[in-house]
Write a protein that binds this ligand. Sequence first.
Ligand code: SF4
Length: 101
Amino acid sequence: MLSREGRTEATERWRDGDHGPRADMAKAAPSTCVTCGFYLPLAGSLSAAFGACANELAPADGAVVHAEYGCGAHSDVEADNGPIAPIAELVYDDGVELESR
Ligand code: SF4
């Protein structure tokens, strides 16, 4: 079993790392991992603060993430399936102009 010192050091590394609450991604995220359906809390004494991300579309998939981390692939994010650019009104033009002379 990992010692208390080992758990403390792991906690500090993970909290201060790329999947911690102060990471740029976490600051820009719409919500936190602890509220995400893809968040799987760890067992044992670290369960309150850490879990694993199980979202295959998230950059942190398979990694240990802090409960206060977050990303744009949060389960509550609704995908915007609209067009990237505005679509102009459809105009039918066959190129034939009939003019009377
Ligand atoms: S998808 Fe994003 S918000 Fe959800 S658990 Fe994974 S890293 Fe956290």
